[in-house]
Design a protein around this ligand. Sequence first.
Ligand code: GRF
Length: 194
Amino acid sequence: MTTKIAVFASGSGSNFQAIQEAILRGELDATIELVVTDKPDAFVVKRAEKFEIPVFSFTAKDYKSKADYELEIIKVLQEKEVEWVVLAGYMRLIGETLLAAFPYHIVNIHPSLLPSFPGKDAIGQAMDHGVKITGVTVHFVDEGMDTGPILAQAAIEVVEGNRAATEERIHAIEHVLYTETLKQLFENKVNIYH
Ligand code: GRF
């Protein structure tokens, strides 16, 4: 059965696009029902429009609390019968309201080999630390910052002194690993309850 998903993003949306292209190529049996963004001007909105995928944008400061905007997001997700929430560069911590509505059905991709370098600018953190190998992690989302159970990882070599080249390697591997991991999840090939 085709799995209905929503992609949450705050920035460029290259992972969103990679997932959508994999769907269009028939590699992933899913539909992106909705893009959710907290940055109405983010480039991901343009990408979503190109694919004619609806966007729900919100501005956090217009709401009294995280629970308030998450309740509104949940309403839209339920209207669209979304089963999985896929975070792809969404720069906000998921709150207990959304977590409770989608238990073990929210995943994230992070550009480091967790548990190393959680949080913002993981690529910069890794390079500043001088690691030779870094990578990407796909994991379930819990209440922490990049702390949930790990589903998949892939490594790349850092291009010393060259952030742009390292970043390019990270993105290239993200675009493959995310789709592959989602495929496994949607086909129930991983034990999601650990
Ligand atoms: C990716 O590196 C992802 O790992 C991180 O945010 C970045 C999003 O990139 N969580 P994009 O917006 O998908 O291009």
